[in-house]
Design a protein around this ligand. Structure first.
Ligand code: NAP
Length: 525
């Protein structure tokens, strides 16, 4: 039997250890064992029923304002334990403190945002969607659309790159809606998710059954889902296909949200010149996006589109900045970029770069530089790589393959229309960013790209100092994207509550609707 500590699952209202050896979580820089996880032997039917019945009933008995207060209490607990979360992130995710902040403080910020949004909904227990509409000639018979919390559980199956934010950006709107949560974090980085749930459970904030965590294998979780449950998946397109075709979704109509991979773009204004403000803003943002969390962000820039005349200048400017990125052990203060999440990801990214190189030229490759305080045969560290293609209309792989690391491809375009066409070859992405000093161009680009992107992020000199970042997901803005990005929608302020509510048209007398509407708050996302 191994001496590596086993993390417990909080399920069916109690802490339960899985059986067997489970999976061991590693430090991706040092290669050492940290903790183990196992979900083997859990009575899944019992845990889902407990959450659905006990957790759901207790949450629905509260008003939005009362549930918002619970979120506010969670914020306090997470803030009080922040240091421990940073330590876990350094050890298990291999991230620098700056990169861990995106995950940890990003989660706390999102919870705080939904606390305020929920407070504003006051003492209501349901949401009113739109105004009353006359159904008959006589105005006494009308219809009112209402949104009520679904009487099921929300199952979250999450990706490895955001163990903290990935939980709370989903749990905040779910709990505010009155829907209990069961989270299954990705195994590689499950520790931080488990620890946060443990702190919240230990603080006794939420009613029994409102928040559960299952660490380890996902086997059998989808089988538990019933028609009023929802599942929110974040991860690869391959696993997304399995989730989508599961009988729970395909046959029992379980509502399903998918956030999958994405070939996000950055677009420089055709009127830009080398070294001007728009050009410099693009260069800085590309470098930031390639290196934050070692490029392991679903929103990271993967394809960079510049006017043909600026291709060489952009390659040089981006490469010069990337060359300053020191890579290695995040515990060393001189390290700017830490590790990938695991040695498996190291192999996958290395193979992915080689695959992209079958089409692209290599403009910058930092991988020959020595790592800081890390053994290259052990650490999952990959330095940034900038690839390029001067005829991207002829490329295929570059518009299809997401390499989940510090890698992006610079591409030349000949006309504005061609740039949009190339961007759309990503077949639906989470975000495109546009760099320009010209509001008219930004508006044109936004209209051209909005239908294929969940978010269009426009960076101009007047917002340069305050813009939130291409890859940063802000709770007030929609997150998700059509097509290969999964077709999902998250966040976007109160829009997020829609996933956890059911819409129904209540047709009745004015008198009956008056009574009903007294329990509701207008849904104004
Ligand atoms: P993944 O391998 O698809 O895993 C995602 C989750 O699914 C993990 O919790 C995994 O559990 C679980 N899983 C694996 N097989 C399953 C199955 N057959 N049934 C049910 N669950 C199953 O993805 P990943 O490697 O963790 O994440 C990287 C990918 O996620 C990238 O492509 C990235 O673009 C995407 N991503 C997208 C977003 C977004 O918001 N759009 C955000 C972050 C990441 P185990 O870990 O135990 O295998």
């Amino acid at each position: 039997m191994t001496s590596t500590p086993l993390l417990s699952n909080f399920f069916a209202g109690r802490w339960q250890d899985g059986t067997g050896n489970g999976s061991t979580l590693l430090d991706p820089v040092l290669g050492t064992s940290l903790v183990r996880v196992s979900s083997a032997g859990l009575n899944l039917a019992e845990g889902f029923a407990f959450a659905r019945e006990q957790g759901g009933a207790a949450l629905r008995a509260l008003t939005y304002k009362q549930r918002a207060a619970l979120l506010g209490d969670i914020v306090k607990v997470l803030q009080a334990n922040r240091d421990a979360y940073y330590e876990i992130a350094t050890a298990n995710c291999g991230t620098t403190n700056k990169d861990s902040a995106v995950d940890i403080d990003g989660a706390i910020f999102t919870l705080g945002y939904y606390t305020k949004q929920g407070e504003a909904l006051g003492d209501a227990t349901l949401l009113l969607d739109g105004e009353r509409i006359r159904v008959a000639k006589d105005p006494v018979f009308q219809t009112q659309h209402i949104m009520s919390p679904t009487r099921g559980v929300a199952l979250f199956i999450n990706a490895f790159n955001f163990p903290s934010w990935g939980l709370w950006e989903k749990a905040a709107p779910a709990l505010l809606s009155g829907v209990p949560v069961i989270v299954k974090p990705a195994t590689a980085t499950a520790w931080l998710t488990q620890r946060m749930v443990k702190d919240v459970v230990d603080a006794g904030i939420l009613p029994a059954g409102a928040l559960s965590v299952v660490c380890g294998s996902s086997a059998g979780l989808m089988d538990q889902l019933q028609p009023f449950d929802v599942v929110s998946f974040t991860g690869s397109a391959e696993t997304a296909r399995i989730i989508r075709s599961h009988p729970a979704v395909a046959q029992r109509s379980v509502r399903c949200n998918i956030e999958a991979d994405s070939l996000n773009s950055a677009l420089l204004d055709p009127a830009a010149a080398a070294g001007d403000e728009a050009f410099n803003l693009l260069v800085s943002e590309v470098v930031r996006e390639m290196t934050v969390k070692s490029g392991q962000k679903c929103t990271a820039i993967r394809r960079i589109f510049v006017p043909r005349a600026l291709f060489d200048a952009a390659a040089e400017a981006i490469g010069a900045k990337l060359a300053k990125t020191t890579v290695g052990n995040p515990r060393n203060e001189t390290t700017r970029m830490g590790a990938l999440v695991s040695r498996e990801q190291f192999d996958s990214v290395t193979a992915g770069i080689a695959h992209l190189q079958t089409e692209a030229e290599t403009l910058f490759d930092g991988r020959s530089a020595a790592l800081v305080d890390a053994d290259p045969s052990v650490a999952a560290c990959v330095a940034p790589v900038l690839l390029g293609h001067r005829q991207p209309m002829q490329a295929k792989v570059l518009h299809e393959v997401e390499v989940f690391g510090p890698v992006a491809t610079l591409m030349a375009y000949d006309s504005e229309e061609q740039a949009y066409e190339l961007i759309r070859r990503g077949e639906g992405s989470l975000v495109a960013s546009v760099y320009s000093c010209d509001p008219a161009f930004i508006a044109r680009a936004a209209i051209a790209l909005a239908d294929s992107h969940g978010r269009v992020h426009a960076i101009s000199p007047d917002v340069a100092a305050m813009q939130s970042g291409h890859g940063n997901v802000m709770p007030m803005s929609l997150h998700g994207g059509p097509g290969r990005a999964g077709g999902g929608e998250e966040l976007g302020g109160l829009r997020a509550l829609g996933f956890y509510h059911r819409r129904s048209a209540v047709q009745g007398s004015t008198a009956a609707l008056d009574v009903l509407m007294a329990s509701g708050a207008p849904f104004k996302p």
